[in-house]
Design a protein around this ligand. Structure first.
Ligand SMILES: [Zn+2]
Ligand SMILES: [Zn+2]
Length: 445
């Protein structure tokens, strides 16, 4: 019997003759409603007080395609009027939304006023209900349960968004709704009657090459004075006169007319290492940009002219916020070139054999030099290729291809036994990196 009823239900749904749905009624039991019963429920809601078509229709928002909630509400009201001889026209006030929907134009106007100095192509509205509206929503859920209902917020967001689009069109502007990464996000506070604005940052991808040593990736405050200025830093407040970030970011800030920003690098090389080849990926984030469509060729030109001989950027393009995470988590293989000094003379044969022994798994404890700021643990990373030639009996040039996250200076020195195997260990003499270049970051960004 139960099976038969279920089968009829399924058929009925697929034939769209009747639409039984489970409805939460009270605390303990589920009941099924047919469309006629739904209508009876709707009539009760209509009789409960003056309600606008949209608020009425919203209780049945998932019934019928190609209809607005206002149209659903209107249809129900007409049937109700025909049955009861009541008034079929919409009342001019509503106890559910308190007329918030009617004030959409005002909110749109405020929203546009707040972003008139900012370039945007996408937007999104959000809303904070008044305590009264919250209570009414709760009351409706309990007293007029409907599995087809939508929350009031959704109708409000939609209405505000449409009003905003109309307003933009009247000003000869255009923007579309984006649920994920809108350029501007409005929050209408119905209690305060205010519109708050969040301007999303603008993101740009690129790669940088660092052609000289002694430049950190980001601004590094003086260790002594923490940026205030002291004799040690020559009253600059900085450990180094400039950084990759300081050479790149200001040009973006100016181009976007932004209020601040960051450079997110895909890892970082040591201050004294150069970054060559196709460079290292980065994402620049510009906060509260007034302009988003910028001429990136001109930006690259200005950066490269300003940082001539020190830093170069290439491959600039607009980016998404997801790319920041991707760039920060990037674990790309890297190719290094190291100039190494040896504590005692070795032959080319000894060097080549030692380098062959470096290939494979390397167990590396957090280097002594960074242990004060990074967790002390042992990582396993691979050396894929290692080759080298002697420049003199105590000096060698070594090329290494290895996993991201391997510390190359310690791979050579052994770091007092913290890295195993190491070149120093395999040669049986002390070896030390004197100069290091990143030849290539092998990513697919
Ligand atoms: Zn209403
Ligand atoms: Zn200082």
């Amino acid at each position: 019997m139960a099976f038969l009823i279920h089968a009829i239900d399924v058929l009925a749904i697929s034939w769209r003759i009747v639409k039984p749905q489970r409805v939460w009624a009270g605390r303990t039991r589920w009941v099924k409603l047919s469309p006629m019963e739904v209508l009876r429920e709707a009539f009760k809601l209509l009789s409960a007080g003056p309600i606008c078509n949209t608020c009425l229709g919203r209780r049945y928002a998932k019934l019928g395609k190609g209809l607005s909630n206002a149209e659903r509400g209107q249809a129900i009201r007409v049937l109700w009027a025909m049955e009861t001889g009541g008034e079929a026209s919409e009342p001019d006030r509503c106890w559910v939304c308190e007329g918030a929907l009617l004030r959409a134009e005002d909110h749109a106007q405020k929203a546009l006023e707040a972003v008139k100095d900012y370039e945007f192509e996408t937007f999104l509205f959000g809303v904070r209900l008044t305590p009264y509206q919250e209570a009414v929503e709760d009351f409706l859920r309990k007293r007029f349960p409907s599995p087809w209902a939508e929350p009031l917020q959704r109708d409000l967001n939609r209405a505000f968004g449409r009003a905003f689009e109309r307003l933009l069109a009247s000003e000869g502007m255009k923007a579309t709704v984006d649920y994920y990464h809108p350029h501007v996000r409005f929050t209408v506070d119905l209690w305060k009657g205010s519109v708050e604005v969040y301007i999303a940052p603008a993101y740009f991808y690129g790669r940088y090459r660092k052609l000289v040593r002694g430049i950190p990736q980001t601004h590094w405050p003086c260790r002594e004075c923490r940026g205030k200025g002291c004799p040690r830093c020559n009253y600059t407040g900085k450990m180094y006169p400039t950084s990759v970030e300081e050479l790149i970011l200001p040009v973006f800030l100016e181009a976007c007319d932004g209020e601040g920003g960051h450079l997110h690098g895909a890892g970082r090389e040591d201050v004294d290492a150069r970054m060559l080849g196709r460079g290292r990926p980065f994402v620049v984030e510009v906060e509260r940009p007034r302009r988003r469509r910028v001429d990136l060729k001109a930006v690259a030109g200005r950066i490269n002219a300003g940082a001539r001989g020190k830093v170069e950027v290439l491959d600039l393009r607009p980016a998404s916020p997801e790319l920041v995470r991707k760039v920060k988590e990037l674990k790309a293989r890297k190719r290094y070139l190291a100039r190494v000094s040896l504590a005692a003379p070795v032959t080319q044969k000894q060097l080549s054999e030692a380098l062959a022994g470096l290939r494979g798994e390397i167990h590396q404890r957090t280097p002594i030099r960074v242990r004060h700021r990074r967790a002390d643990l042992v990582r396993v990373r691979r050396v894929h290729e290692a080759s080298g030639r002697l420049l003199s009996p105590t000096e060698a040039e070594i090329e290494v291809l290895c996993d991201g996250g391997l510390y190359v200076k310690e791979l050579i020195s052994g770091d007092e036994g913290g890295t195993h195997p190491s070149l120093s260990e395999l040669l049986g003499i002390e070896a030390r990196v004197r100069e290091l270049d990143v030849l290539e970051v092998l990513d697919d960004l």
